[in-house]
Write a protein that binds this ligand. Structure first.
Ligand SMILES: [Zn+2]
Length: 123
């Protein structure tokens, strides 16, 4: 943490990038120690632009025993959020890591599609 570590400035609106991934997507990690790993997106944090992906970015957390809450002490391995920009969606239709395009349909809903096979990935 630098000298700005304590400030909690909100980023300007344009700096917020809406993640292209969604919960339930299968993604592949493009960089970092988990490069090449695949997993299912468990959670997306649109504000932070991060996602939690199954079996990706495991970190060890030391937990203290808390009998009142029935928590055992020890080392717990958990998925940590990873930058959505490091993830690429695997198209369920052509089964390849795909760039996604988006457009709006007649109802004004944002639609996603695979740029490779043009499959609709909105669901
Ligand atoms: Zn595709």
């Amino acid at each position: 943490m630098g000298i700005y570590g304590r400030t909690n400035k909100r980023k300007p609106e344009e700096a917020q990038q809406r993640p292209h991934i969604r919960k339930g997507d299968t993604v592949v990690v493009l960089s970092g120690k988990d490069r090449g790993k695949q997993g299912r997106v468990l959670r997306v944090n649109a504000t932070k632009g991060t996602a939690i992906v199954e079996r990706v970015n495991f970190t060890k957390k030391h937990t203290k025993p808390n009998p009142g809450k029935n928590i055992k002490g020890g080392i717990l391995e958990r998925e940590s959020p990873i930058q959505a920009a490091k993830l690429q969606v695997i198209c369920p239709s052509c089964n390849e890591p795909a760039r996604l395009g988006s457009h709006r349909n007649e109802e004004g809903q944002a639609m996603r599609f695979c740029r490779k096979c043009k499959a609709d990935l909105s669901k």
